[in-house]
Design a protein around this ligand. Sequence first.
Ligand SMILES: NC(=O)c1ccc[n+]([C@@H]2O[C@H](COP(=O)([O-])OP(=O)(O)OC[C@H]3O[C@@H](n4cnc5c(N)ncnc54)[C@H](O)[C@@H]3O)[C@@H](O)[C@H]2O)c1
Ligand SMILES: [Zn+2]
Length: 364
Amino acid sequence: MREIGPQRFATVPVALGERSYPIHIGSGLLSWLGAEIARQTKATRAAVVTVPAVGRRYAGRLLRSLREAGLEARQVTVRDGDTHKNLREAARLYDALLDFGADRSTVVVALGGGTVGDLAGFAAATFLRGVPFVQVPTTLLAMVDASVGGKVGVNLPRGKNLVGAFHQPRLVGIDVDTLASLPVRERAAGLAEVVKAGLLGDAAFFEQLERSAERVLELEPEALLPAIERACAIKAEIVAEDEREAGRRMLLNLGHTLGHAIEALSHYRGILHGEAVAMGMAFAARRSEALGLCPSGVAGRVEDLLGRLGLPTELPRHPRRAYLSALRVDKKRREARIQFVALRAVGRAETVSLTPAEILPAGG
Ligand SMILES: NC(=O)c1ccc[n+]([C@@H]2O[C@H](COP(=O)([O-])OP(=O)(O)OC[C@H]3O[C@@H](n4cnc5c(N)ncnc54)[C@H](O)[C@@H]3O)[C@@H](O)[C@H]2O)c1
Ligand SMILES: [Zn+2]
């Protein structure tokens, strides 16, 4: 952690050869990000893509700092919510970019949560076959997860994230001050992915979260900044090893097999993604214990920590057959196996190949 005048910030590198980029994390970042974007992208124009709730609060500061850095900057507002993360909204975004006179020296800056990052990133990956892209995430989930790793995309009517690309940003700028306006429920949901990072990759970090859970949830800078930094670093490390998800990156799916089933069974209503992941992680921990893959006591610790963050740990009540068919989605054969992410210990995960019925045994 460095001190820059009154500000404190840290930088996490994402090592991807010539596509490497920094993640800057700190307070007061929006006001100097313009100069950093200019330096990293050499762009002459910047389209700041955002949603009303975020733009109203934070776009002004970012646009000002971009203009101070000599860029021509314009705000482009898209519709809020995952239901608008689609091709129609992408087409509106292309139009807005054309109206702005955007060319390959125009940087697309996503200012918002993961929805904005995915949509704006998808537009950046495809407009003119790719223009420079910068992520300025404003939800905790986007800070530690969606903005790291270069996956961008949109939903189709028949499924989520079915169209997309790998398009790495030139830089990620995380201004933790923006979290002040994020509803506490969204904050907690983002913390589920922070817990996941510790659980799959770093026992000491998990223990640090056990010591500081409430302070992180309350956004105390001394607890919050290191937590975001470490979670980003763990994801960055895994992405650097396996950019296109051929192996180790699959571990990031910890809690997501059941999490996605829960989201689908609730028709994506009433449950936030992070909440579904929390339930899925607690389930994965219990199941790993029951299969003798990890020592007993791990599931208890996972449930305790998630509970202290206000996150749910029990699966919602749906019939077992409903869960099984949700798990079988996209699997052509009934007995198709799933790469289930299991725990070997706190801080260590691995995939095991299981059928849906083995993941959810009758009476289990
Ligand atoms: N690309 C990836 O690797 C990846 C990973 C995880 C999730 N995702 C995607 O991310 C999306 C979910 O992201 P999310 O959880 O950030 O949701 P989101 O972007 O929909 O944001 C949630 C809500 O919070 C509001 N908001 C955002 N920042 C705010 C702030 N600072 N203050 C007040 N309100 C604010 C938004 O307007 C929105 O209504 C999904 O579409 C998911 O598919 C992508
Ligand atoms: Zn997730």
